[in-house]
Design a protein around this ligand. Structure first.
Ligand SMILES: O=P(O)(O)O[C@H]1O[C@H](CO)[C@@H](O)[C@H]1O
Ligand SMILES: O=c1cc[nH]c(=O)[nH]1
Length: 230
């Protein structure tokens, strides 16, 4: 097993769906996969492998925030030969063009994280989705918004006024992991995409419940499986 994932080599499929919430991982495994088996419970960050339409696929929780996701993504790419990760997350809508429960497919992810600032020593790396996954997800979900998101280090921002500037430059929604996922996938020659369902609206204040965020975002799972394996 790796440091944070209690799986043997071969237990994890090359294609992995990655929600932040480990209980969403369990719900996806139970409702969307056939013959799903749990391969890790380390720290409660659940991971499952099963099949979808005959294709082997895994679902691995990432936890919240880029440092947590980076632990799981690094171990999946380095130690389990994972080639494709599709984040299936929740996000906050930043503009009235986007409504609660809409899908946002992230072509690229801006960030305030210092992870890439340190890694690139002052250059500004642009974390982008794998083009093939992006194209296939957009084709599978014509209703989705496709564009930029903001991967923030803070759920409770110290500078909420800066979000308006993000919106002026085309950013649709805020979440907390995609930029690190895109960067690490590029580093390891793997494919990555983030598909998020809008769980709350930063402008209108509308929000979903924790139970809805865990168990009702099935459309993004269907789109993710179609794009990665369809
Ligand atoms: O629902 P998940 O996938 O965890 O994603 C979003 O929800 C969490 C914050 O509530 C952050 O992880 C954010 O990215
Ligand atoms: O990171 C997140 C996720 C959902 N909603 C937000 O406002 N931020």
């Amino acid at each position: 097993m790796s440091t944070h994932i209690g799986a043997q080599p071969g237990d994890i499929a090359p294609v992995v769906l990655m929600p932040g919430d480990p209980l969403r991982a369990r719900w996806i495994a139970e409702t969307s996969l056939d013959d799903a088996e749990c391969y890790t419970e380390v720290r409660g960050m659940l991971g499952y492998t099963g099949t979808w339409n005959g294709h082997r696929v895994s679902v691995q929780g990432s936890g919240m925030g880029q440092p947590s996701l980076a632990i799981y993504a690094n171990e999946l790419f380095r130690e389990y030969d994972v080639t494709t990760v599709v984040r299936v997350g929740s996000c906050g809508a930043l503009t009235e063009k986007v409504a609660v429960r809409d899908l946002v497919i992230a072509a690229g992810a801006c960030t305030d994280s210092s992870m890439n600032a340190i890694a690139f020593e002052g250059l500004h790396y642009a974390p982008v989705a794998d083009f093939g996954l992006l194209r296939d997800a957009a084709a599978a979900a014509p209703e989705a918004h496709v564009g930029l998101i903001f991967s923030s280090d803070s759920f409770y921002s110290a500078r909420p006024e800066l979000v308006a500037r993000m919106v002026d430059y085309g950013v649709l929604a805020v979440e907390m992991e995609a930029a690190a996922l895109y960067t690490l996938a590029a580093k390891h020659g793997a494919r990555a995409l983030a598909i998020c369902t809008v769980s709350d609206h930063v402008v209108t204040g509308e929000e979903t419940t924790a139970q809805e965020r865990e168990q009702t975002f099935g459309r993004m799972v269907e789109v993710a499986l179609t794009a990665a394996l369809g």
